[in-house]
Write a protein that binds this ligand. Structure first.
Ligand code: ADA
Length: 569
């Protein structure tokens, strides 16, 4: 994967980010496909979204990707795909390896007992909506579900002993003590094996470990005395390199702890005020398969506006983007996929099992990223319906089990009848005062009263001692639309609304510890008729930059106010 650092020195890794053979099969049942008789009549870039290219724009169906790989020998190899949308089936040669459900997360397909030499990797990719096969992507969501091998791909030669994962936790910031968990696999029990760990090229572990099983876990605690901590203001990073036998893995870490204390979120025991945006991974020419150049540009604009916070809405963020946030000191709310789910999904075991597997992958792929300070689930789902509470208990409980080091939350748009708020560490409210009608006022002038009502209600529930994030608020603005009336859909109206929101939210109150404006950039919405009729151009136009990242009037308003609040970087 195109990371900001080389993940392996010893392990042979071949990136598969190139143009693959491609064929669009259309409305075909994947179970009816004979891989040997597939015709690849076209070509497609990986990473990328086939339906973000002119020839396949708007098309939904089964597609086939193929590329040639070399298997070094007959030891295990691992194909790693960092995001395929939004269902796929992976083959090596004609051998089916696995299916995968849902985009936005990294997964592996292991190749074992396969003869050395050249062979084909074939991936059947489906961007159709099919609840039985893939309950995570649903047509009514307010974003376009692009299809393809949207994030990077690579193949690893694992050899006879390999590191499966590294997990690093900051245990104590005063002594810079971190715990290191190494999960390994092997063809057979390796026996006595060299374990060497360096941090910033300084040896911190060097020993022989007796690995008596073909898979297992090694745990060590190391003190990195004097190492600089990670914080939004000073995002210091350190390079950890682990060698186990003839394999190795590198991970870049930030020594930091995040916790909630009363109404504040603390990073290294210091309150942090989160100012930023909800951000979709979307672009007209790349779909949700964004090139690094765009990721860099997005971080530049976020920093330019004085942001120290991004809510990855509404799915796990690309690890390449998280790498850049690690370096820029941008805190991230990383969120499992979800959008206004009701009881029919939240009481369906099929849906919940897909969510749990998706959450496993989200945590595994981003656990070591210091920029991720908060996990989220189930955006604007029915947390006000008692039938749905067990789903919140299951998913939030699973998140806490996977990661006890980060607070958890969900964005709620029914604060006055929510029945799950006791389950989260941080209360997050979506409020569209001044835009929609709902529990909030249609006139933005009444926004402060709306907020005070929510805060009073939280207090009455006994939830007033938790941090409160305004996780969505905003207004649509058609790019370039300047209107004498300054009415809704004009850039002037959006600028006025955000000015009022930011001023009333932060200038004279401490109660709200974070704001993620909806949204950073315009993005294509769902093609469903019920959705698109409320979305001029077929886009969600609430970005402060348009889909090509061209600033609207509101950009400078947010920049002026955020920089005034933070005193600049
Ligand atoms: C909701 C939802 C967002 C977006 C927004 C809007 O808050 O969470 O994804 O759809 O509304 O633009 O209406």
């Amino acid at each position: 994967m195109a990371r900001r650092f080389k993940e392996h020195d010893l392990r042979p890794v071949t990136e598969l980010n190139r143009v693959w053979d491609f064929g669009f099969l259309g409305d075909v049942d994947p179970d009816s496909v004979d891989v040997a008789s597939l015709e690849f009549t076209d070509r497609m870039a990986v990473p990328g979204c086939f339906d973000a290219t002119p020839a396949y724009a708007g098309k939904r169906g089964l597609a086939a990707y193929r590329t040639r790989v070399v298997l070094h020998d007959d030891t295990p190899h691992r194909l790693i795909l960092n995001g395929v949308h939004h269902w796929c089936r992976v083959f090596v040669g004609e051998k089916r390896l696995r299916d995968h459900v849902g985009g936005f997360t990294r997964f592996a397909a292991d190749i074992v007992n396969h003869p050395a030499g050249e062979t084909d990797v074939v991936v059947l990719v489906d961007n159709r909506f099919d609840y039985e096969r893939c309950p995570l992507h649903l047509e009514y969501f307010d974003w376009y579900h692009f299809g393809g091998i949207a994030r990077s791909a690579e193949i690893h030669r694992l050899g006879t002993l390999w590191i499966d994962a590294l997990k690093i936790v900051t245990e104590d910031i005063a002594t810079c003590r971190v715990s290191l968990t190494i999960d390994y696999g092997a063809v057979e029990a390796p026996g006595p094996t060299c374990l060497a760990v360096t941090c910033d090229d300084q040896v911190v572990v060097c020993e022989t470990v007796d690995l008596v099983a073909a898979s297992g876990r090694i745990q060590r605690t190391i003190e990195l005395a004097g190492a600089a901590l990670w914080s939004p203001e000073a995002p210091n990073l350190h390079m950890l390199h682990v060698r186990l036998g003839e394999d190795d893995m590198r991970e870049r870490i930030g020594i930091r702890q995040v916790r909630v204390a009363g109404q504040q979120i603390l990073v290294n025991d210091r309150p942090v005020r989160l100012l930023g945006f909800c951000r979709h991974e979307a672009h007209p020419q790349f779909g949700c398969g964004l090139p690094e150049a765009l990721l860099v540009a997005d971080v530049q604009q976020l920093r330019d506006m004085g942001c120290n916070f991004v809510r990855g809405s509404h799915y796990p963020q690309d690890v390449r983007f998280l790498d850049l946030c690690d370096e820029a000191g941008i805190c991230v709310w990383n969120e499992a996929i979800g959008w206004q789910h009701e009881a029919r999904q939240l009481t369906d075991q099929h849906f919940l099992e897909a969510q749990l597997a998706h959450i496993d992958e989200m945590v595994a792929m981003s656990f070591n990223r210091p920029s991720v300070i908060l996990w989220g689930i189930l955006n604007e789902s029915h947390s006000h319906d008692p039938q749905c509470r067990p789903a919140y208990e299951t998913l939030l409980g699973h998140l806490r089990q996977l990661d006890s080091t980060r607070p958890v939350t969900y964005a709620c748009n029914h604060p006055f009848d929510d029945v799950c708020m006791d389950l989260v560490d941080v209360v997050s409210i979506n409020c569209y005062a001044g835009w929609y009608s709902g529990w909030y006022s249609e006139d933005i002038a009444d926004f402060p009263d709306d907020l005070d009502r929510v805060i009073a209600h939280l207090d009455s529930l006994g939830q007033g001692d938790k941090p409160l994030i305004l996780s969505e608020i905003g207004a649509g603005a058609i790019p370039g639309w300047r209107d004498w009336h300054e009415a809704r859909w004009s850039e002037q109206y959006q600028a006025m609304l955000l000015d009022a929101v930011i001023y009333n939210l932060f200038m004279d109150r401490e109660r709200v510890c974070g704001l993620s404006i909806w949204q950073f950039c315009d993005c294509r919405s769902s093609e469903s008729v019920s959705r698109i009729l409320g979305r001029p151009r077929g886009f969600n136009n609430k970005g402060v930059v348009d889909e090509y990242r061209r600033p609207k009037l509101a950009y400078d308003v947010v920049k002026r106010l955020f920089l005034a609040l933070t005193g600049g970087w």
